[in-house]
Design a protein around this ligand. Structure first.
Ligand SMILES: [Zn+2]
Length: 529
């Protein structure tokens, strides 16, 4: 009897050994925030191959090939960047400036740029660190069929455009994307967009858009998107939701009300935002387009003509609060070829140094003089903080960088390319408490995954793909600024994609385990907002 018991317990021990999981990676002691919005808990996280195989307290360490102690740090699903520009992915397959932000999946609606084509050859060729989702790009399709022509397509041309959307969707595109503020997409009528969106809808895709206008006509632009959603019967998403220009500040409330009432009527509506109140671009933005046509010499001729100059001044005074802030403090110089000492200072500083009052009229005169001297790259503080916060708090919002893939130290990117996600965590969550950490991570992970209809990633749950981001909540912050954009963020300590570590303790591993997301068979499953 005793012998039988001994033999039985030996069997149990052997069975237990055989069943002891062979983890490839075991993260121990972390604070798990699983992406669902559920409260944090202390647990170990085990990975085998590309999957999460166990999450719980005190997982057996014996057969783990690699153990990393993450005590005191947050273990979250890898972040989803709902909108970034990946045109140069083949040159930057590691997507270092996104991975270092904790981003493991990037949605790339190339709404103002060319899309890869044919998409399946591109997908077969490119090996990259993050997972990537592609879209059928309206701009590229329109250029291919109509060039830069400002006209509606003929029936035959529209059929061709629809065939190109269909082809992209068949090759795995997640939907149709548009960039309606840019040439030539801006020439498209709503009817053209509906005709193309119907094709995406047939494949279960989304419609994502850079709105036709983000300033004075933003509400009409939102309405256009909602019309496309209703008529083509597909979910719609605003990329980089914002309202620019001091005259429109506070409109976030009306914009959200409009999105909410569309939701209440049954339309699937979402938006993504980046956490900055400024954009950065050329001084051209402050001038009516006619004034800059045909280059600097033509501009100088117009300024020299008294009548034309008077018209220019009149339009610019009106345009100023539609594009920038209420006064000259809202324009900050980044690069001024004609006077490098101005970098970092504001237009108001320039007026003060010359003994001029800080008025719109004086600001316009100074802008004209600067433009005659070659113009500048500016930082336009054209959004209000309370609008950004109101958008961020809203349940229907996801996060994005709107960033580019950059070469460290080269050029002058917007700091969002380096810091968008750590900035949300560091400034908006930890420092200012706009959102809880659980809510912020939900907007970065499970929400976008559910919105796209991807079911095998986006949360930390056994059986799902092991996309992981580990960070120290007390340290996480963005370091990139408008004047010194080339600064890596801080506090992100480990990033894994499909079970493989791509970044750890300040170093990229060089691994490229990312996959291309395919349009899922399942329809998007937006959560109740
Ligand atoms: Zn855009």
């Amino acid at each position: 009897m005793r012998r039988a018991i001994a033999s039985l317990s030996l069997t149990l021990i052997l069975t237990a050994c055989a069943k002891a999981p062979a983890y490839d990676l075991l993260l121990v002691g972390g604070t798990v925030i699983d992406g669902t919005g559920a409260p944090r808990r202390t647990a170990d996280v085990a990975v085998q191959g590309d999957r999460l195989v166990a999450i719980g307290p005190d997982l057996p360490r014996r057969r783990a090939k690699r153990i990393i102690d993450v005590t005191g740090q947050v273990v979250a699903p890898g972040f989803w960047d709902s909108h970034a520009h990946l045109v140069t992915l083949e040159d930057h397959p590691l997507a270092e400036n996104l991975i270092r932000q904790g981003i493991t999946t990037v949605l790339a609606p190339l709404h103002s740029q060319d899309q890869p084509f044919p998409m399946d050859a591109y997908q077969a060729r490119v090996r990259m660190a993050p997972n990537v989702g592609l879209f059928a790009g309206h701009t590229w399709i329109r250029k291919r069929v109509l060039g830069l022509a400002d006209r509606a397509p003929t029936t035959a041309e529209l059929d061709w455009m629809r065939a190109l959307v269909d082809s992209a969707m068949t090759q795995g595109a997640l939907g149709l994307s548009t960039g309606l503020e840019y040439i030539p997409a801006t020439y498209a009528t709503t009817e053209e967009l509906i005709a193309l969106a119907e094709v995406a809808a047939r494949h279960g895709g989304l419609y994502v858009t850079h709105l036709r206008d983000e300033g004075p006509d933003v509400l009409a632009s939102i309405d256009e998107m909602l019309t496309i959603g209703r008529r083509a019967r597909l979910p719609v998403q605003v990329n980089h939701l914002k309202v620019t220009g001091a005259r429109q500040w506070g409109w976030s409330e009306r914009i959200l009300a409009r999105l909410d009432s569309a939701r209440a009527e049954g339309l699937a509506v979402a938006a993504d935002i980046y956490p900055y109140t400024a954009y950065s671009t050329y001084s051209d933005l402050m001038f009516p387009p006619w004034a800059l046509a045909d280059g600097p010499a033509a501009f100088a001729r117009r300024v020299a003509d008294p009548d034309t100059r008077a018209r220019l001044v009149r339009e610019m005074r009106n345009r100023f609060p539609e594009q920038a802030g209420a006064d000259a403090t809202s324009i900050q110089f980044r690069e001024v070829p004609s006077d490098t000492t101005l970098a970092g200072r504001t237009l108001a500083d320039l007026l003060a140094a010359r003994g001029r009052p800080n008025t719109i009229a004086e600001a316009v005169e100074a802008l004209i003089a600067l433009q005659l001297a070659g113009g500048f790259i500016g930082i336009f503080h054209g959004m209000s903080r309370s609008d950004v916060e109101r958008f961020l708090r809203h349940e229907g919002t996801m996060l994005e960088s709107d960033g580019d893939l950059v070469s460290f130290g080269r050029g002058h990117p917007h700091p969002r390319s380096y810091g968008a996600f750590p900035r949300v965590l560091g400034e908006f969550v930890v420092e200012r408490g706009i959102l809880t950490l659980e809510a912020a991570i939900h907007r970065m992970t499970a929400r976008p995954a559910a919105w796209i209809g991807v079911r095998d990633r986006g949360t930390l749950a056994v059986g799902l793909k092991a996309d992981l981001t580990v960070f120290d909540a007390a340290q996480v912050r963005d370091a990139a600024s408008y004047l010194t954009p080339h600064r890596w963020p801080e506090g992100i300590t480990l990033v894994a994609v499909n079970g493989m570590i791509v970044f750890r303790n300040g170093t990229m591993t060089g691994e490229r385990p990312g996959i291309f997301l395919r349009q899922p068979d399942a329809k998007p499953t937006p959560e109740p907002m």
